[in-house]
Write a protein that binds this ligand. Sequence first.
Ligand SMILES: *Cc1c(COP(=O)(O)O)cnc(C)c1O
Length: 354
Amino acid sequence: MEMLTGISIKKTTYSKLKEVDFDNLEFGKYIADHMLVCDYYEGEWHQPKIVPFANLSLRPDTLALHYGQTVFEGMKAFRMEDGKVNIFRLDKHHDRFNRSLHRMCMPYMPEEIFSEGLKQLITLDNEWVPNQEGSSLYIRPFMYASEARLGVKPADEYRFIIFTSPVQSVFAKPIKVKVETEYIRAAKGGTGFAKCGGNYGGSFLPTQRAKQQGYDQVLWTVGKDKKFIEESGMMNAMFVINNTLITAPLSDSILDGVTRDSLLTLAQDIGITVEERAVSIDELKSAFFDEQITEAFGAGTAAVVAPIELIGIDDTGYKLPPYTEKSVLNILKHRLHLIRTGLVADRYKWNTVI
Ligand SMILES: *Cc1c(COP(=O)(O)O)cnc(C)c1O
């Protein structure tokens, strides 16, 4: 066992790297050799360790399995032009992780464990970061209530884990979305802003129904009258109407997307008018009628941007015009790529280069 600034490392005796087809990285197919594990008990975090990726052993009364105290993050590391590795917006992800944890009554995750642990994990599994254009290493930090006890109350013990997976750029094939007006994913005062497990479990049934109706995803609406668009699946929703980039403002029912924030910043920078405001279903309909809406897309870490080709509102499909290199979504995606790979200067300090 080696020790590096308080993190013990146990290396795998059998690397699976040779089995990876880097030209064919189906999302989630390959998991890198190692994971970071850190336990919380007796009111504090204990020594993190890096160990070979392996099964967990859980007692059936593990609290997370029953009451849903689980929180995750999704982030990416990129191979840069000079061969170094860049963890994109590490601080913002760490910050959001803690906001989610706070809402779920789970303990604060210190920066030293999250950031140092991740840096060391990626240093060890450096060869798992793809070189292929558009590919990256997807990073999944998460925490769950690991205490085994029957009883509804916040746990006294938690486990934090980070594992990683090489992924390719999700092919930007335009998707069809359905404006969901029967189910909701989040409500004012609820947990919508937190990346906690239950939010996703609750979204599967409506999404499955939308798929049966020929859509890829739903566009969530909010409130009792469900008039305003919130976001889509695991992505924030953005529209270009009248040459203005519009997205819903942050609230406790919306996930504060890192991609959302990055794209809004880049858009403002290149002189695109940006509005963070509520978009109603009626506004969308009239924007289609007047042909003022030119783009609609989801923004999230996995896909970066997911262009939308059709929006279903009350059984009517509204078609977007085709996307080109000059579309706002492609311009923004390209600029983001240049920053992440070190091809242009990182003036926002978004990169953590290791
Ligand atoms: C993760 C997520 C997003 C996108 O956030 P990014 O930080 O850009 O990946 C948007 N909406 C929901 C519901 C999410 O879970």
